[in-house]
Design a protein around this ligand. Structure first.
Ligand SMILES: Nc1nc2c(ncn2[C@@H]2O[C@H](COP(=O)(O)OP(=O)(O)OP(=O)(O)O)[C@@H](O)[C@H]2O)c(=O)[nH]1
Ligand SMILES: [Mg+2]
Ligand SMILES: [Zn+2]
Length: 351
C-alpha cells in the first residue's frame, strides 16, 4: 500500500477540525505508526472516531479505554483528537486539548465529568419562554469564559414569544459585547444565520437545559432526519431529556455542530477567572472598597453597596455573583488540591 502524503492527510483532517496546534504534537514516530482520529460520538462503552486510517478518511467504533491511563482526564470525550493504532484500534494518546469543558458530576461533587473538547464556539441555548433564566445563562457564560471559548447566546422559540426582543435585551445586559441572537429553530431561514459561526473545520457545541431546542436547531441546519427531538412536557414546559449521546453533526459547508444532553444542573468549580470576567463590573467596584477583604455587606465605605444604593448595580446581579462565588469557593475547599489544578485550560494550551 502506498503511504499517503502528509498533504492528503492534512487536507482531510482540516475538514475535521485539525489545526497546527494538534499536528505540532506529533513526533516523526507518531506520524509513521499512528493514525490521528477525532471522537465524533460517545456511546455507552464505545466511541465513534473519524480520521485518516489506512490511507483514507474512515470511521471506526473503538473502545474508549486508553492503554496507559494516568489520571481521570485520560478518558476521551467528544471532540477529542486521538492517536490510534491502525491494526488494533487501541488509543495510544489523547492529544492536548485546545479547550475542554468539564463539570462536577451531579451526585458525586468530587468527580469531574468531561463534557466536550476542542470547541471553537459555545452556543448557550435557552428559550424565549418561562424557562428563560439569567442566572443559568450566567453559569454557562462563566464556564465558557473559564474554558476560553467564545460564547453566543441563542434564544430559541422566538416564533412563540410575543416579544422575543425583551429576552434578548435581558441576555445582552449580562455582559458587555455579548453576542445574543433570537431564532426559530424550526425554520431554516431563521436558523441559517447561526451557520456563520460554524465555517469549515470549526466546531460549535450546543449546551443548555433539556427541551430548549438544541437538537431541533441541529436538525434544521443539517437537514438530518436521524436526529430525534421531542415535545416538552405539557404542565411545566420542561424537556424530556431526549438526547442522551454527545455527538458531532456535520454541516454541509463543512463545520461541526456538537449536540449534548440537556443539563439538569451545572455546578461551577475552579471558575475564578471566568467569574472575574463575567462579573468584571463587580470586580472593579470591589477594588474601590475601603477594605481589601471587604465582604460587601455592612462594611464602611463599600463601593459595591454604594453602587447598589445609587442604582448603578443591579442587586439581583450582585446576589447571583455572591451565590456563584461561594459555590466556587466551596467546591475548591471540598476537593483535593494538586492534580485538579493541572487541568488544561483553553486559554493557555501550551502551558
Ligand atoms: N416553536 C418552536 N418550537 C421549538 C423551537 N425549538 C425547539 N422547539 C420544540 O421544542 C421541543 C424540544 O426540542 P429539542 O430539540 O428536542 O430540545 P433539546 O434541547 O434537544 O432537548 P434535550 O435533548 O432533552 O436536551 C420540540 O418539540 C421542538 O420542536 C423553536 O424555535 N420554535
Ligand atoms: Mg436534544
Ligand atoms: Zn465592598
Amino acid at each position: 500500500m502506498l503511504r499517503p502524503s502528509e498533504t492528503d492527510m492534512g487536507a482531510s483532517l482540516m475538514e475535521l477540525g485539525w489545526t497546527p496546534f494538534f499536528s505540532s504534537q506529533l513526533s516523526p514516530d507518531d506520524r509513521a505508526s499512528l493514525c490521528p482520529v477525532r471522537v465524533m460520538a460517545v456511546h455507552r462503552g464505545k466511541i465513534a472516531v473519524t480520521g485518516f486510517i489506512a490511507g483514507t478518511v474512515s470511521e471506526r467504533l473503538i473502545s474508549p479505554t486508553i492503554a496507559r491511563t494516568q489520571d481521570e482526564e485520560a478518558h476521551a470525550t467528544v471532540g477529542d483528537w486521538l492517536l490510534i493504532d491502525e491494526a488494533t484500534s487501541q488509543i495510544a494518546r489523547i492529544l492536548t486539548r485546545a479547550s475542554l469543558f468539564t463539570r462536577r458530576t451531579p451526585g458525586n461533587q468530587r468527580k469531574m465529568q468531561l463534557i466536550a473538547a476542542n470547541v471553537d464556539t459555545l452556543f448557550i441555548v435557552a428559550s424565549c419562554d418561562q424557562d428563560f433564566n439569567p442566572a443559568r445563562l450566567e453559569r454557562y457564560l462563566v464556564m465558557a469564559r473559564e474554558v476560553g471559548v467564545t460564547p453566543v447566546i441563542v434564544l430559541t422559540k422566538a416564533d412563540r414569544a410575543e416579544n422575543p426582543e425583551t429576552f434578548a435585551q435581558t441576555a445582552r445586559a449580562l455582559q458587555p459585547e455579548l453576542e445574543v441572537t433570537t431564532v426559530n429553530g424550526k425554520d431554516l431561514a431563521s436558523a441559517a444565520r447561526l451557520a456563520a459561526w460554524c465555517g469549515p473545520g470549526k466546531t460549535v457545541a450546543l449546551m443548555g437545559s433539556s427541551g430548549v431546542g438544541k437538537s431541533t436547531l441541529i436538525k434544521t441546519l443539517t437537514g438530518s432526519e436521524r436526529i430525534i427531538t421531542q415535545a416538552v412536557r405539557e404542565g411545566d414546559g420542561k424537556g424530556r431529556h431526549t438526547t442522551t449521546v454527545r455527538e458531532m453533526h456535520r454541516l454541509e459547508q463543512g463545520g461541526w455542530l456538537m449536540d449534548t444532553p440537556g443539563m439538569r444542573e451545572l455546578h461551577l468549580s475552579e471558575a475564578g477567572e471566568g467569574l472575574a470576567e463575567v462579573f468584571d463590573d463587580i470586580m472593579m467596584l470591589a477594588q474601590e472598597c475601603r477594605f481589601s477583604n471587604c465582604g460587601h455587606t455592612i462594611e464602611p465605605d463599600c463601593s459595591v453597596q454604594a453602587a447598589i444604593a445609587a442604582g448603578g448595580l443591579d442587586p439581583a446581579r450582585f446576589a447571583r455573583w455572591r451565590k456563584l462565588t461561594s459555590e466556587d469557593a466551596a467546591s475548591a475547599e471540598g476537593r483535593n488540591t494538586g492534580s485538579r489544578n493541572a487541568r488544561n485550560r483553553g486559554r493557555s494550551p501550551h502551558r
